[in-house]
Write a protein that binds this ligand. Sequence first.
Ligand code: NOJ
Ligand code: CA
Length: 698
Amino acid sequence: MSTDSTSSALSTAQLTFTPNIVSLSCALVLATIAIPSTVQAKTVNVTSPDKHINISLTDDNGRPEYQIQFNGKTVISPSKLGLVFQQLGELGTDFNIKHVTNSSVDQTWQQPWGERENIRDNYNRVVATLSNGKIDFDIEFKAFNDGIGFRYLVPKQAGLTNTPKLDITDELTEFAIPDPQHTTAWWIPGRGWNRYEYLYNTTSLDKIDRAHTPMTFRTADGVHLSIHEAALTDYAAMVLNQGRDGILHADLTPWSDGIRVKTQPGFSTPWRTIQIAKDAPGLLNSDLILNLNEPNKLGDVSWVQPGKYVGIWWGMHLNENTWGSGPKHGATTSETKRYMDFAAQYGFDGVLVEGWNEGWDGSWFENGDVFSFTQAYPDFDIDEVTEYGHSKNVRLIGHHETSGSVTNYRNQMSDAYDMYQKHGVTQVKTGYVADGGDIKRVDDNGIVRHEWHDGQFMVNEYLYSVTEAAKRGISINTHEPIKDTGLRRTYPNWIAREGARGQEYNAWGSPPNTPEHTAILPYTRMLAGPMDFTPGIFNLAPQGLDAVNRVKTTLTKQLALYVVLYSPIQMAADLPRNYVQRLDAFQFIQDVPTDWSESIALAGDIGDYVAFARKQRGAEDWYVGALTDEVPRKINLKLDFLTPGKRYEAQIYRDGAKADWLTNPYDYVIETKTVTAIETLDLSLAASGGTAIRLKAL
Ligand code: NOJ
Ligand code: CA
């Protein structure tokens, strides 16, 4: 739909647009103000609809800068804007604001699947055209109640007709944080060897060198902010690089030849985003990233199905099985059928099978070129397992590990997706593990190039796999992905991704995930979108409680993860035999849905704890997940999100009185009581414990 207003007319006329997509329910009101180029004072302000956030943009000394106030206090000090091109030099020095357009939008759109059904998109917008007399470019700001977004647009224009190619060598964007010594930041290192798979650092902001986004921080006044980006397509990812204390520079991940972005006139950058909230749950209740993405481009996406799966997976991480051939091969026909039986019996719709295809023998980390994506090992019969699955109403979930050899994958991609489609596979997990953190591609001249996971080349490559899969009714769950920037709105078959340290690290990571890890993820990685964390490990310490590698949570914290860490697809990650031993607790994993009509973050603090309530889509039941770090905690949970007057059976899965992740992780209690919206539940979480509740409407 078009929200652009004509910027030529000097008017405050109100125009009403009829939205042209079905999901829009509100009318839009736009106002246009053009500032004549003779006006000298060049400060442009835009305020959020609730007036708490103010952005001001100036062009003092021919240099565009912005700053942001929240409730009257500066949260972003004057910060540079602009882009540097190999062909043009800086767009940002000697540029003045020549023209400004304002508009406002208040609309509601629907997610085909998601953490909530209806999303309100309400903002005030300003587009400033800057010019040096020869070249124009635009900076567009949107102020929402939950934060801001801005981006650059370089339109096609007469001054660029002789410059068909534009190479960006730097982005000048800065985020200047006042008082970095007294600002606490939660961050992972930017551009490291291991993509996004790190434990989070909690430090004062001035200690950051280079950080990936979302990078979340809290000011001395308790304001919570998170810097990230939205709608990253055909551009390099932004990492934050702190040169001088408090000045975070948008450092674009380069191509192997050093260029940051290869583009042409008529492009726009991704949105640079800052979520702003008065408290930590406020960050979690924000839809800013999705609102800054384009609407669904795929049309009818009823074939994209949220759901739950089990898989031939954890056994490999525990070393009980191998991906490659041999006596411990996991992906055999008989083992797959056994998992399909288990899935059918307990209501799971899919079985993920890793290691069925040729290429895993030897050091697969380093040898992605030998993967075949169509040739199965002799002990895996894809016809037989998919027919068997069909008879049980359980789908095979496909898997493609590329080990970062993306040209080898690209060369086989259409055959591989065709083959899955033919076998009724509707979901594929992809993987881009790459030794040393680099991606290997072969360029048009046959030369091997090493690229970053988050450079422009890979940004495009990941999306290519998603759009190719969409043509065949397949959804993609990317591991070792490019970070999420909300593209699920535009491409709803990009159903989930990893992009952080997941459960697998508990099997072999040194160290495994800490008790606080899942109390940080909601406020950092999860602000970007769904994560395939793969929760639900019941045998928390297969090698004993004292072993280095074990899961550092209580059992009920594993259940709480299904509600806390949102994903439309959730794995029950443990081995079937461990579930069969604890069927009472397993009931929660069977019941919990993965598609919601509402989601509310009720309470929490970053790195300490979090509590979410979510309402099942198409039903009246609510689910609650609460978890804590290593500190035992009591939470008073007001049930005022429930429908007033209605009675619910609360099925509570909680830590027992002696539960403790370190010494006694299996002490849990399952109890039920009848509750209504006027009640409060007193939750008691053990050290690294959690509570999971189903509120079944009566
Ligand atoms: C890393 C993924 O995160 C994991 O889930 C998968 O099992 C391995 N790669 C092998 O593809
Ligand atoms: Ca991984």
